[in-house]
Design a protein around this ligand. Structure first.
Ligand code: NAP
Ligand code: MG
Length: 489
């Protein structure tokens, strides 16, 4: 019998037999691992009402910062106790490798701990009294936070939203991507075993078009925080206009990784591989456009292609696998379609390009690490987010060319520069219009630093103190210290 997944509403696991269900698949084997309910719009509205009532009752919002911090730490401790289960579930449901899932689980736990610690830092302000007026500037929770996350980091993206939203005192409703609910459910099990009051944190399962849309449209949701594709993000913004709720968007990217001729080439190749093939390229900040200065272009391509071909692709739970499965057959096919388009457009396929079916991989959704060279800037494979292990390598001549090519995109999420010349590296990275950047590195970031994109890669920032601000209103309180008639009229 398939494992039946449940939603968590008002502090209860919902046992009602669902009207609609969805099979949850292990992308490494194609096997059905569980069955999830698909909530209706009415059920979603009911869950939103629960969150709203709980917020208005003040059971969480009125707790002290210390009390909220303690609950966040309880959640972190419970997740630490469950870390092996979290890792195994993430591998089984998303297809990523155990090493990737381990890093995600540690980051997720650390995120709860970070926001607990941030609550110890007072951010409220009192201004010097002006005449007889004393002004206080205080931050307050927004109300109900609707949290919508994608399938590529099901655990980490959920926690990046849950931790700051709860820290700020909101009530929340989380909607995982329909195909990857397993670790979000585990996080709610960890939250259930804490002093978090009932009804503050709610988990709803179902499709984006029904559940996600209902959240984005609801007049009772005060902030919607969405991570996903730019197209859906645009729709969320439109749906949010009814009650003018706050919208926070972490969207897609087509990030440039600029390699200058004076870079340490082995380091650059190594990080460029990590930049695109980590998570099988299903990472918003992937370095999916590698820009190489012409003096070293041929050498770089030769080394990069040789190493890309050596990457061991296989089930995430196999100790030798370095790159796991693509999340679903549907997504695999969409990546294969882009590979087809790239060939039609005249790009040179220098490595990979095919689905992998040998050595027992035929039931899963595996794709070779794929490299295109000799691309031009008008090609779709250069302009559009493929969101898979497919990289395009572009050639540039001067520093100014590199900057121009890097910024020739609607996106602005991430970017990197490799050079031994620190002055040049800093000069160039400051010109790259993106929110998350590196010099002689890729992908490694700090929970204390705000995460988000320029241009069509998003609005607002997650993580860091700014990540808390996304879930807070700011109020000024002006107090008359010497009340007597003012005599204006
Ligand atoms: P997606 O299709 O945009 O879906 C993201 C989430 O939105 C899912 O939970 C989805 O639900 C839901 N959704 C779909 N249609 C919706 C609608 N009309 N209203 C409200 N919600 C809706 O993205 P994805 O394919 O899952 O993830 C890949 C994308 O996420 C890539 O573009 C990637 O760059 C981006 N991403 C960005 C970041 C970042 O930090 N900037 C991080 C990770 C991923 P269902 O899937 O259940 O239908
Ligand atoms: Mg989708």
């Amino acid at each position: 019998m398939k494992q039946q997944l449940r939603q968590y509403i008002n502090g209860q696991w919902v046992d009602d037999a669902p009207v609609e269900k969805k099979d949850i698949i292990n992308p490494a084997t194609g096997e059905v691992i569980a069955e999830a309910p698909r909530a209706s719009a009415e059920q979603t509205e009911e869950a939103i009402r629960t969150a709203k009532e709980t917020f208005e009752a003040g059971v969480w919002a009125d707790k002290t910062r210390q009390e909220r911090a303690e609950v966040l730490l309880q959640i972190a401790d419970n997740m630490q106790d469950q870390i092996d289960a979290l890792i195994a579930l993430e591998v089984e449901n998303n297809g990523k490798t155990t090493a990737d899932a381990q890093a995600d689980a540690e980051d997720a736990i650390n995120t709860f701990r970070y926001y607990a610690s941030l609550l110890q830092t007072a951010t409220d302000q009192s201004l010097e009294p002006m005449d007889d007026m004393q002004t206080l500037i205080v931050k307050e929770p927004m109300g109900v936070a609707g949290l919508i996350v994608p399938w590529n980091f099901p655990l980490l993206m959920s926690v990046w939203k849950i931790a700051p939203a709860l820290a700020a005192g909101n009530s929340i409703l989380l909607k995982p991507a329909e195909i990857t609910p397993m670790t979000a459910i585990k996080v709610f099990e960890c939250m259930d075993q804490t002093d978090l009051p009932k009804g503050v944190a709610n988990l709803i399962l179902g499709s984006g078009s029904v559940v996600g849309q209902t959240i984005a449209e609801s007049d009772d949701v005060d902030v919607v925080s969405f991570t996903g594709s730019t197209g859906v993000g645009r729709g969320i913004m439109q749906a949010a206009t009814g009650n003018l709720k706050k919208v926070s968007l972490e969207l897609g990217g087509k990030s440039p990784n600029i390699i200058f001729a004076d870079a340490d080439i082995d380091t650059a190749v190594d990080y460029a591989l990590f930049g695109i093939f980590m998570g099988a390229g299903q990472v918003c900040s992937s370095g999916s456009r590698i820009l190489v200065q012409d003096d070293i272009y041929d050498t770089f391509v030769e080394k990069f292609v040789a190493q890309a071909k050596e990457i061991k692709v296989g089930p995430g739970d196999h100790p030798t696998s370095q790159m796991g499965a693509i999340v679903s057959e549907e997504h695999l096919n969409s990546i294969l379609e882009y590979i087809h388009i790239g060939k039609e457009e005249g790009a040179v396929l220098a490595a990979g390009g095919a689905r992998m079916t040998k050595d027992g991989l035929d039931k899963g959704f595996f794709l070779e690490p794929t490299v295109f060279t000799d691309v031009t800037s008008d090609m779709r494979i250069v302009r559009e987010e493929i969101f898979g292990p497919v990289v395009v390598i572009q050639r540039f001549h001067t520093e100014a060319d590199a900057i121009a090519i890097a910024n020739d995109t609607d996106y602005g999420l991430a970017g990197a520069v490799f050079s031994e010349d620190q002055n040049k590296a800093l000069r160039v990275i400051k010109k790259v219009r993106a929110g998350i950047t590196w010099v002689n590195s890729y992908h490694l970031t700090d929970v204390q630093a705000p995460w988000g994109g320029y241009k069509q890669s998003g609005i607002g920032r997650g993580l860091g103190p700014q990540g808390l601000d996304e879930y807070q209103e700011v109020k000024q309180i002006n107090m008359n210290l010497n009340p007597k008639p003012m005599g204006w009229f």
